[in-house]
Design a protein around this ligand. Structure first.
Ligand SMILES: [Zn+2]
Length: 306
């Protein structure tokens, strides 16, 4: 059985104007690098279905889901926040990005794939229950978590987020829900500027200083995430896999390298083997230096596909 690689052509038709860092070329950069490195041969490709309204309403308000449909433009761009714009393909792309999350959970929980990677955009972890923000419309990783809990009857799902930005949308959705352990590492003092103490006992925050590098990140994650994960013993691990903490990425300055993504993935794989029958669903979030993005995703997947 091969790791599933899930994407959809609509994810490359969503764009937010010239010079926006969250650009369609990101997905081609990932796919091209995986092809060159032979990693595509180690994965089974799938086309993402569209998410259903019922699947979205597990994590988003009806008001927000309906509003996105209502403001979806026939041409040009419509803003959701100053950084986040819809074009005429955005809604379709967002539906398939969230649908990829659902398919990924179905495949790994039915035993049809040991793990899954969703190469999708728009990303999701800044999308809160009732509001999109920060390039995000629907919270794809949270749709995956909710699908594991509601459709597959899981009791404990871990959501791990190593994007350089704090996953505030996921925190808004899951804080206080004891079925979910949310662990987030991020650069302190960076967008979305919410670096306060954890809002609930099921949230573990590892805020890292700018320019602190991968060694300090590994220590912090080893100290804060890993003991909590081991005690929680998740039945499924969902990963908000953002690669913008890389030292070549201009949106952050944590100074991580490919080896840091390999290390963190090794820790996730070990925990999944211990409590979750190896089941991991990873979803692309940020990562804006095209070259570093391709190399970092490859480092992540090299550990995942073993
Ligand atoms: Zn990010």
């Amino acid at each position: 059985m091969l790791t599933a690689y899930i994407t959809h052509p609509a994810c490359e038709r969503h764009e937010m104007g010239p010079d926006h860092p969250e650009c369609p070329e990101r997905l081609a950069a990932v796919a091209d690098h995986l092809l060159i490195k032979g990693l595509m041969d180690c994965m089974q490709p799938y086309e993402a279905p569209a998410v259903t309204r019922e699947q979205l309403l597990r994590v988003h308000s009806a008001l927000w889901v309906d509003r996105l449909k209502a403001i979806s433009p026939a041409e040009g761009y419509v803003p959701v926040d100053p950084d986040t714009w819809m074009n005429r393909h955005t809604l379709e792309a967002a539906r398939h990005a969230a649908g990829a999350a659902v398919l990924a959970v179905d495949l790994v929980l039915r035993g049809e794939a040991p793990s899954a990677f969703c190469a999708v955009r728009p990303p999701g972890h800044h999308a809160a229950r009732a509001q999109g923000a920060g390039f995000c419309f629907f919270n794809n990783a949270s749709v995956a978590v909710a699908h594991g809990l509601n459709a597959h009857g899981l009791q404990r799902v871990a959501l791990l987020d190593f994007d350089v930005h704090h996953g505030d949308g996921s925190e808004d959705i899951w804080a206080g829900d004891e079925r979910v352990l949310l662990c987030s590492s991020y650069q302190a003092g960076l967008y979305p500027f919410r670096d306060e103490q954890p809002p609930a006992a099921n949230v573990v925050l590892a805020g890292l200083p700018a320019r602190s590098g991968g060694t300090l990140a590994r220590e912090a994650i080893g100290r804060s995430w890993l003991p909590r994960l081991a005690a929680f013993a998740p039945e499924l691990i969902v990963v908000s896999a953002g690669f913008d903490a890389h030292r070549e990425d201009e949106l952050g300055s944590l100074g991580w390298v490919e080896a840091d993504y390999a290390w963190i993935t090794q820790q996730i794989v070990a925990q999944a083997a211990a409590s979750a029958q190896g089941r991991i669903v990873s979803l692309l979030e940020g990562g804006y230096s095209l070259s570093a993005l391709g190399r970092s995703v490859a480092a992540h997947l090299r550990e995942l596909v073993q």
